[in-house]
Ligand binder design. Structure first.
Ligand SMILES: [Zn+2]
Length: 519
């Protein structure tokens, strides 16, 4: 028997406690648990407190509880003789965990578990059944309470009450009414900046970079500096949590800045499985005018439209006429397509540092390029040269084929000639009595078969040759008339004529467009 026991106390504040308590004095319950357990330790001279493990804001089911993990670790490493809890349910409400640790592993590690209010003590073997019953009741309770919390939260959301423990960036939870949001004077300016920068053409990552360069604290760092404890366990130092594209996108999409509460966007799978899943948009609970707006409706809607335009439409696989060929004259980045309800536009993709900010209407660029192509044709149109060029082209395509067809033709004709000779010899053999009449008849009929086959082959090849020749003539005429003056552009013509198109800035109402030809 040891003289002195290393005792650890485990405290937990659960979500269900939080719902009952006021958000501001949520330490009360932890304080009570600690008080109760310390009394036991102080009254028992053989108990020596070696550690306090405290999980706040975390539920008793299977979520990640960092302090709980630490406790289990220290138990396994022999640092603890006794684990002391207010009740078994503080330790865990999950039967599986109770079974695994209290009834199994602790025995293996020589750790005694004592919970005060439900009189569980692993030193007392008759106690096991009651521990298991406690466990079961706790599990049922958890399911029950989880349903109750969900419905309580739902009804609060439906009344337009803010129920999350954390205010979205730009707001604070009202100190006199924790279901209401008030504007955070500093952060709201950052939110306004984000919306304005986006409308100026900044992308998500460009905005994030801009804010990081200005050393503006990210939402999580901002929360941390306000003394708000976060639920997330991150290895990163708080100061290192920077703005990123996702944070920007989330802010730009959040209707909370319109003074509207949209809640219940996500839920957990069940009271045991705390994996977060997104709910269908039609199930979100929305309530207007619950707090002061930071962004006006007009700006917000513009941003939403812009967000749609900047992303490429899904499912459309068509490449535009100049795809991969249009570049910015100022910075040489490619121009990306941008759709609006009426027209399509192209704009420099380097929207953070390039001065070439204004977009160009796609159809206007097409007609400008068409005009330039026609000017070029006008200047250089030379039917002879073109014919020569075309000749070269269709020689590449057709000549090889024609040559092989013509040689096929020759070989068939030769075979026909040979078979005519063969017939003549055969006849002589028959007259000279070299072969019988029977044999002669058989050989003649096989000659007729061959003759039929050869003439069919001859027909086929001749047909093919004439089709090719017709194509060549047609190709010739079509191309010559087509290239004389163009009515419109297509991808083939663009590829044939144009290497790159450079679009410059608008200066004094003039925009320079340079075309680098393929010649
Ligand atoms: Zn540019």
């Amino acid at each position: 028997m040891k003289e002195v026991f290393k005792v650890a106390i485990y405290l937990r504040l659960s979500i269900e406690d939080k719902d009952k308590l006021n958000r501001l004095d949520d330490s009360e319950s932890i304080k009570n648990q600690r008080h109760m357990l310390m009394e036991v330790i102080n009254n028992n001279p053989s108990y020596n407190l070696v550690g306090e493990y405290c999980d706040e804001d975390l539920s008793g089911a299977g979520t990640y509880r960092p302090e709980f993990e630490r406790l289990i670790n220290d138990c396994e490493n022999g640092k603890i003789d006794i684990v002391l809890c207010k009740s078994q349910s503080r330790f865990s409400r999950d039967m599986e965990i109770v079974e695994r640790y209290i009834n199994n592993k602790f025995k293996e590690w020589n750790v005694r578990f004592i919970s005060l209010s439900d009189n569980a003590d692993t030193e007392n073997p008759g106690n096991k059944k009651s521990r298991q019953i406690n466990g079961l009741v706790n599990e049922w309770y958890l399911e029950d309470v989880s349903n109750n919390i969900r419905s309580a939260f739902n009804s609060k959301m439906k009344q337009g009450e803010f129920i999350s423990p954390f205010a979205p960036f730009g707001y604070l939870v009202d100190s006199s009414n924790n279901n209401k949001l008030v504007v955070d004077k500093g952060a709201c300016l950052v939110v306004k900046d984000i919306f304005n920068l986006y409308l100026k053409g900044y992308g998500y990552s460009a905005i994030a970079k801009y804010l990081n360069d200005k050393n503006i604290p990210s939402p999580s760092l901002h929360k941390y500096r306000q003394g708000i404890k976060l639920n997330v366990v991150s290895n990163k130092a708080r100061e290192d949590i920077k703005w990123n594209s996702n944070a920007i996108k989330t802010i730009l999409k959040n209707e909370v800045y319109l003074g509207k509460l949209v809640q219940g966007k996500r839920t957990t799978v069940s009271y045991k499985n705390h994996k977060i899943i997104n709910k269908d948009k039609c199930l979100w609970i929305s309530y207007p005018n619950t707090h002061e707006a930071i962004i006006d409706e007009d700006t917000f809607n513009k941003v939403q439209r812009e967000m749609k335009n900047r992303t490429k439409p899904r499912g459309s696989s068509t490449v535009h006429l100049f795809s991969g060929k249009v570049f910015c004259l100022e910075c040489e980045h490619y121009l990306r397509k941008k759709n609006s309800s009426k027209h399509e536009y192209l704009v420099c993709s380097n929207n953070s540092t390039c001065s070439n900010k204004s977009s160009i209407r796609y159809d206007k660029l097409v007609s400008i390029v068409l005009l330039e192509v026609n000017k070029l044709l006008d200047k250089f149109y030379d039917e002879e040269l073109l014919k020569e060029k075309i000749n070269k082209k269709y020689n590449e395509i057709y000549k090889g084929k024609l040559i092989s067809l013509e040689s096929e033709l020759v070989s068939i004709k030769r075979k026909i000639d040979e078979s005519k000779n063969y017939l003549k010899n055969l006849y002589e053999d028959k007259v000279n009595g070299v072969i019988s009449l029977e044999m002669f008849k058989t050989l003649v009929s096989s000659y007729e078969d061959n003759k039929g086959r050869y003439s069919k082959q001859l027909d086929n090849v001749n047909k093919k040759i004439s089709i090719y020749k017709e194509n060549i003539k047609d190709f010739d005429n079509k191309i010559i008339t087509k290239y004389k003056k163009l009515d419109n552009l297509n991808r083939v013509i663009v590829n044939e004529f144009i290497d790159k198109i450079y679009v410059g800035e608008v200066k004094d109402n003039i925009r320079i467009i340079k075309i680098k030809w393929n010649f």
